[in-house]
Ligand binder design. Sequence first.
Ligand SMILES: [Zn+2]
Length: 179
Amino acid sequence: MPVQCPYCGDSESKVIDSRSVGDGIRRRRQCLSCGTRFTTYERLQSKNLFVIKKDSRREEFNRDKLLGGIRKACEKRPLPTGTIDKLVDNIETELYRLGKGEIPSSSIGDMVIERLEELDHIAYIRFASVYREFTDITALKEAVDTLVDTNTEAPPPGQLPLLSQEELVHLGQRRRRQK
Ligand SMILES: [Zn+2]
């Protein structure tokens, strides 16, 4: 069965790495046409992974969809190349390792949130704001405040500051105005 490159649609790819995960095989491939790397899983049909959505509908797990959501949250963040792919690989491997046929979308969301919180706070807030559906600015502010509280002056090594100096000054001005 030819595997199509998800980016250019070409069906010529070479396998650069393969390993067994759970009862399937994960293959890392590189498109011979555009050079993009992507991952495929070979699994028994009955063991496909389905995502249970909030409205109880089931949808086959889609790596690209997950990747797209995380990419969007990480847009313009200064993350090293390959960071997002690695994060998605990591989540995907864990999902298949669980060996379940179905998994609630909320569990996947939690896995993403957990990892983004360690990786980049802006991406974390962006992702959480979509995923947790902050309905109003108060809920969003509470989430930010929690982050600020748990992260005192100095961010942990490798962690980018939550807000730029400019944003902090701006926030201070707004707070003063509110009083
Ligand atoms: Zn391609």
